[in-house]
Design a protein around this ligand. Structure first.
Ligand SMILES: NC(=O)c1ccc[n+]([C@@H]2O[C@H](COP(=O)([O-])OP(=O)(O)OC[C@H]3O[C@@H](n4cnc5c(N)ncnc54)[C@H](OP(=O)(O)O)[C@@H]3O)[C@@H](O)[C@H]2O)c1
Length: 336
């Protein structure tokens, strides 16, 4: 069984470490009762453990959601070029009056821009739209490269070997346009395929689907062993399964016992598993709710972990078919 966050611990054997920034007088007690507010990355930067996700935050909603989140205390926004709301997010950040260096901003390189020549222009577009000179984290959104201008014509060479794209991303770090680079939707085989190269900068994170329906304990354990921080996307099950997630009997029971909400149970569980969590909401009351996380007592953490891992895993999101790939992106025996 996966070991949760139990008492005085750093993030085992890895370069990513749990940090506790909340000031406290009795340090020991704080360590055993609070979840980490940040994780330490190999670069030395500290990434906040909870972010506001902005996928499917439609025009008009995205900006007000970011404004509400910053007001509620979030300092981490998880966006992407393909979410088509970067301009609105940039404006909301500017209007908040919070200095740029106090906010962790993530964006992602879309699949059509993996050709090394296209990486910097795509990044520049995100920077311009966001109204910032740098990103804190830039992710390769998928381990899938499409030919430029198409949205389903596979670039076989760059999909099989993402190293040329990665080298260009490393160059972006050296130019100061991004502070950390990472990956998203990479399974173990694909992480190994990338990291077998002589990387100048290892991936700072791997952002993957992790939720009650797809808890991926093997990936979580593997990443922990290899010092690769995971970020949990669709942590509540996404639009389609959030209701079902919050209705899980174990989730409801733990919520009742701890006098917190079902969403807070699930979001806390993700951080207690040692991952960054990216709940999306455009609803101010939920945004407020989702940033308040609580360490679950060991027995309750174990109970939820067992309930999540006992049923057959089921992803809530897999675009392999709609992209007409002819293979499953998440297959460990991927054909390329
Ligand atoms: N790298 C990738 O390929 C990838 C893929 C998917 C997602 N992501 C990232 O992960 C983020 C989150 O994933 P997601 O948007 O798929 O799913 P999610 O965060 O699991 O679920 C979002 C849904 O939950 C609802 N919700 C949020 N808080 C709630 C609460 N306290 N009570 C009840 N309902 C609540 C939201 O409704 P309202 O908004 O109406 O409040 C929305 O319908 C994305 O925004 C994105 O940043 C990345």
């Amino acid at each position: 069984m996966l070991a949760g966050f139990k008492g005085l611990k750093t993030y085992v054997g890895s370069t990513a470490q749990w940090l506790h920034k909340q000031p406290c007088s009795g340090l020991q007690r704080n360590y055993s009762t609070k979840l980490p507010s940040h994780y330490l990355l190999p670069s030395g930067h500290q990434i906040p453990s909870v972010a506001l996700g902005v996928w499917k935050a439609s025009p008009g909603d995205a900006g007000q959601a970011v404004a509400a989140a910053l007001k509620a205390g979030y300092r981490h926004i998880d966006g992407a070029w393909t979410y088509r709301n970067e301009e609105e997010i940039g404006k909301a950040i500017k209007n908040s009056g919070i200095p740029r260096d106090q906010i962790w901003l993530t964006s992602k390189l879309w699949n059509t821009f993996h050709a090394p020549v296209d990486v910097e222009p795509a990044l520049d577009e995100s920077l311009t739209r966001l109204g910032t000179e740098y990103l804190d984290l830039y992710l390769m959104h998928w381990p899938i490269a499409f030919k430029k201008g198409s949205n389903n014509e596979l670039d076989v060479a760059l999909t099989a070997d993402p190293y040329p794209t990665w080298k260009k991303l490393e160059e972006m770090v050296d130019k100061g346009k991004v502070r950390n680079i990472g990956i998203s939707n990479f399974n173990i085989a694909r992480v190994v395929n990338l990291t077998a190269n002589p990387l100048k900068y290892k991936p700072a994170v791997n952002q993957v689907e992790l939720n009650f329906w797809s808890p991926q304990p093997e990936l979580v354990e593997w990443a922990r062993k290899h010092g690769l921080l995971l970020e949990s996307y669709s942590p509540l099950g996404g639009n389609n399964q959030v209701k079902e997630t919050l209705d899980v009997p174990e989730v409801k029971e733990i919520a009742q016992k701890l006098n917190i909400t079902p969403a807070q149970v699930v979001i806390s569980w993700h951080v207690q598993r040692g991952t960054v969590v990216l709940p999306k909401s455009v609803t101010p009351s939920r945004i407020d709710e989702n940033i308040k996380i609580f360490a679950l007592p060991d027995d309750l953490f174990d109970k939820l972990e067992a309930a999540a891992t006992v049923h057959p895993p089921q992803r809530t999101f897999n675009p392999s078919k709609s992209w007409g790939l002819g293979f499953d992106i998440f297959d460990e025996d991927w054909p390329l």
